[in-house]
Design a protein around this ligand. Structure first.
Ligand code: NAD
Ligand code: TDX
Length: 379
């Protein structure tokens, strides 16, 4: 039996990861999954409602910076894998409140690693380095943003120097440095994955793709920062979860693995493609149109969708320090572990839109309250 402590699993990627563990990959295996999540604005119990009904899964509300709590989780459970998703994750919010990002993303990571150290160290070797219980792993979920920004050519490899620009990426970079410092100083069994932009189910609608989908359904304008020429490398979230699972179980200790989809697109093209895909889906299946907030009848008496076009796009002031281009070279994880991005973007975006159409209750829940204040402040 393997016991996982998964932090931040009421958020977007962490929730998809535990669903992958519990319902797809190890459906009938004897695993135990403990979720630790503070349920910030980005964490939602509704997202993992069915998962925590599973008798192999346990939810604990709490902060990764809480030393006593994390020590208690280690004392009460023989944790094998600590997979840390918990973070403040939105670049725009980090520009508003950098200190929160420093506190959660850096001190939180260090607190988790120290608790693991207290629980997993069993002695000392001849040189004075700690020795560790066998089979343990601390895994840090990191981002391509730690590498900074690329010009028109080239890719981030694991050897690319770290050069973050936003307060968010600076905090994630610092956390990565701490992980590697613990590897070198204490010989701690660690690994890191650095992934490109994810999209898919349960994506919080402050991020580009779910924001665009939600705004179209609400009949609102679609804000594109600057000219929309910045490039991101989009990966379907389940492919990311699969990569993390492979690295945690089979990846070499002390290593970094880049994870990316070789799916680079300009923001403006992502937005246009999302508009066209929603339009085409509603053209093919008229019943989907009832979800639209804007209900005007066309000449045939059907709900009009002619307004779902590129005129919805509005260019708004650019993000400060906006990184121009991210692009991942995933050769290492492909060669060592056989991972590759299975989901083509054309399929992934349809699945994502379909999920948003089918889960309007979830969208309503996460966009009520504070989200509206944030949205009004931003746009
Ligand atoms: P998210 O914002 O959707 O979820 C973050 C989760 O962490 C939430 O459930 C929140 O409640 C929880 N959390 C926040 N602060 C906490 C604290 N102090 N203690 C305990 N829990 C806390 O984020 P996401 O998009 O799912 O990203 C997950 C991880 O993956 C992050 O570390 C992020 O840096 C990294 N990442 C994200 C992407 C992406 O495209 N979203 C890409 C690469 C890497
Ligand atoms: O309204 C918008 N308009 C717009 O043009 C928003 C929200 C974003 N953008 C642009 C900014 C980026 O170039 O779209 C691109 C994607 O923006 P986000 O969805 O905010 O993602 P990004 O800043 O690229 O960061 C994401 O990927 C890396 C995640 O939020 C991070 O957690 C992850 O590490």
């Amino acid at each position: 039996m393997k016991t996982y402590l998964v932090t931040g699993a009421a958020g977007f990627i962490g929730a998809n990861y535990i669903k992958y563990l519990l319902h797809r990959k190890y459906e009938n295996e004897d695993i135990k999954v403990i979720i630790l999540d503070a349920l910030t604005y980005a964490g939602n119990l509704g997202t993992i409602k069915d998962d925590i009904d599973d008798k192999r899964c346990f939810f604990v509300k709490g902060d990764i910076r809480d030393r006593e709590l994390v020590d208690r989780l280690f004392a009460e459970n023989d944790i094998d894998y600590l997979v840390n998703f918990a973070a403040e994750s939105h670049v725009d919010r980090s520009i508003e409140d950098p200190q929160l990002f420093l506190s959660v993303n850096i001190l939180g990571t260090q607190n988790l690693m120290d608790a693991a150290r207290r629980a997993w160290v069993i002695g000392k070797d001849a040189q004075g380095y700690p020795t560790w219980k066998a089979g343990k792993r601390y895994h840090q979920v990191s981002t391509d943003e730690v590498y900074g920004s690329l010009g028109a050519e080239g890719y981030f490899t694991e050897k690319t120097p770290l050069c973050p620009h936003s307060p968010y990426s600076a905090s994630k970079t610092s956390a990565d440095h701490f992980v590697m410092a613990y590897r070198d100083t204490y010989h701690m069994p660690v690994s890191i994955t650095r992934c490109s932009n994810n999209y898919g189910p349960y994506h919080f609608p402050e991020k580009l793709i779910p924001l665009i989908i939600n705004n179209i359904l609400e009949g609102k304008k679609l804000p594109v920062y600057g000219e929309g020429l910045n490039v991101r490398d989009w990966l379907y979230v389940e492919d990311h979860c699969k990569a993390i699972d492979m690295v945690v179980r089979e990846g070499r200790e002390g290593e970094v693995y880049n994870v990316g989809g070789h799916n680079e697109m300009k923001n403006i093209d992502i937005v246009k493609l999302t508009i066209k895909t929603i339009h085409d889906m509603m053209e093919a299946d008229k019943s989907l149109r009832s979800i639209l907030k804007k209900q005007v009848k066309d000449a045939n008496g059907d709900i009009d969708i002619s307004w779902i076009n590129n005129d919805l796009i509005t260019h708004v002031p650019d993000r400060l320090g906006h990184d121009a281009r991210y692009a991942i070279d995933p050769t290492k994880i492909k060669d060592e572990l056989g991972w590759y991005p299975e989901t083509k973007f054309a399929d992934g975006i349809v699945k994502t839109i379909r999920w948003n159409l089918d889960n309007q209750d979830w969208i309503q829940e996460v966009t009520s309250g504070d989200y509206q204040k944030y949205y009004d402040m931003m746009y």
